[in-house]
Every structure is written in C-alpha cells, then in structure tokens.
Design a protein around this ligand. Sequence first.
Ligand code: ATP
Length: 347
Amino acid sequence: MGGVEGRGDETAAVKYKITLVPGDGIGPEVTTATTKVVEAAGVDVEWEVIDAGAVALERHGAYLPDSLLESIRRNGVALKGPVTTPIGGGFTSINVTLRQQLCLYANFRPIRNLPEVKTRFGDVDLVVIRENTEDLYSGLEHVVVPGVVESLKIITADASTRIARFAFDFARRKRRKRVTAVHKANIMKLSDGLFLECVREVAGLYPEIEYEESIVDNTCMQLVLDPQQFDVLLLENLYGDIVSDLGAGLVGGLGLVPGANLGEDCAVFEPVHGSAPSIAGKNLANPTAMILSAVLLFRHLGEFEKAQRVLSAVEAVYRGGEALTSDLGGKATTTEFTEAVVQHLVN
Ligand code: ATP
C-alpha cells in the first residue's frame, strides 16, 4: 500500500508519511485539532503539509498546485481539510479536479449516531457510497444561446459497474445486509437506467446481500421518516452529494461526519463539511468530522488499534457531554473539545 514505510526495525514504531491539506475557512483549525489528537494517540506520522485553495492561490499562484497531486501520488494517502472553490467565474471545483485526477472513484461516508448527541433518531448506522468521477460533475457545461445553458450528465457502464462492485464488496466484507441503489430512472431513463442496469448485474454476483432500488425523492422522505431501514446506499455523484448532507443532518450535523475518497492507488480522507466561512477563525468549529476522517485513514493503513483508541476517546467526550461545541448547543471552543479528546487519550 502506498504511503506506508516500515523502518526495517521490528522494535521501532511504523512511520507513515501522509499528505496534509489544511485547506480554507475552518480547515486549518480542524486540521490542527486532528494532528494533536493523532499525536496523543501515538501514531508515528510525518505530515507533508501542502496548501490548496485560496491560501495556495495567494502563496503559489494556483488553487491546486502540482505539488499537491505529486505529494498524494507519492504518499498514497492524504488527510484533507475543506477547500472552497469560488462560485462561478469559470473555476473547476478543486475537490472535483482532485478526485478526477487521482481517480478517487469511490466516495465513502459512514453516518452513525454519536453517544448522547440529541437527534430525532437513535441507532442510525448507514453508509453512503457515491460515485465520484462523473455524472453532472463532469464539468461539461456551455451556453447554447444567451439565456440557455446545457449541462451534460455523463454516466458510463465502466464507472457504474466499478462503484457497484465497490459497494457490494464493502457490504460483503462488513457483513452488511442490504444495498439500496438510489436513482431517478423514471425520468432519466437512459442515464440512470444504465446505472441501474450495471448495478443489477453486479448485485447478481452477491446473492447473500439483499438488493433494492429506490427513487431519490422517495429515499429522502424515507430517510427523514425512518432512517434505520437503510444499510448501504449506492448513488451517482450528485444524488450522493445531497443525500450524504441529509444523512449528516440525521446524526447531528456536518461537523460530525467523516469521509473517504478511494481509488486503486491513492486515498484522500476528508470531512463531509465545507469551509464554513461564517465561523472560520473563531475557534468555534467542531473538529469531530476531521478527527473521524483520520480514524478512517488509520483503519485504511491497518492501524486498527490506534484508530479504535481515537474513536473511543471522541465517543467518551460525547458520552461525558462536558465539551460540546456550539453546533451541538455547547460552549466549548475547538481547542477545548480537542483538549478533552487528548485528555482521554493520554490518561
Ligand atoms: P461546501 O459547499 O463548501 O461543500 P457546505 O454546503 O458543505 O460547503 P459548509 O461550509 O460545510 O457547507 O457549512 C454549512 C454550515 O454548517 C456552516 O455555516 C456551519 O454553520 C455548519 N458547519 C459546517 N461544518 C461545521 C463544523 N465542522 N463545525 C461547526 N459547524 C459546521
């Protein structure tokens, strides 16, 4: 696996070189929080810090410097804070470009309740798996005539089959019971129709896993009525983006849900949330989503015990209810929440 460097000495801790992208807005704050927690957990990491977004434009003249792609390709893994792409103005999204350039075809977002975080439902435990490289995110838009714009939705059999295999392999490995393919094939008969055709073919190879299909609008309603009925949700790119934010709302908000972008050669771990400019620089951001993204990263590297220690420390802070950030109705700052997690790790 890329990025894992043994020291060739069985008594020494394993050392990992990991690309770290602090990003924009609240990114640097939640990144600092996460590196402190990782250090307290005793994972031996050398972070290769690379700018992206507005900071990178200011310092290096590019939103997405070549050095970022080179670093992730070299290390194989990255932990990334949110990076904002300016709206309009002909900018291609930095996140979309990164996912396409590194062929991070699977976006993985586990949505679970945290202890004592008050939400409408308990026992939510679903996984959103989103195709990450095509659909309306292909960036193929043009003005046909003034006042008329065409935006192309690209769906291919290759990418649909690849993400379906990823979802069913994941379900098999984790003994998940059901995969639900979410679509709008009643309207987009050809594109979503092709997606479903590919998923059905893959589903046939996993007879032990229940397979069902659900129209995206109905899925959203079902999610807010009875989210426990879902297990693994498999979606195209745009539906996946929207449904995973909805899922974050079910368990307490964007500050809580981690994510991973996975490909054959590289993996980039990042929270579901964006740069939240309204609270940036105020020490108010909840770093949980970023810390749990690091948990996913360390599991990916095979550091299961360390990953579990971090997860347990975060859960202990929530169970104690002593250091909730303002998004959850508490008074703790980013720093105070982080310190509480660190205390659970070092004691
Ligand atoms: P983007 O369009 O960049 O993906 P988004 O739509 O996901 O962004 P965010 O910028 O993430 O939106 O945040 C929307 C709101 O959610 C913020 O204004 C903030 O109130 C809240 N929020 C997001 N992340 C956090 C966090 N880590 N801690 C506290 N509040 C957060």
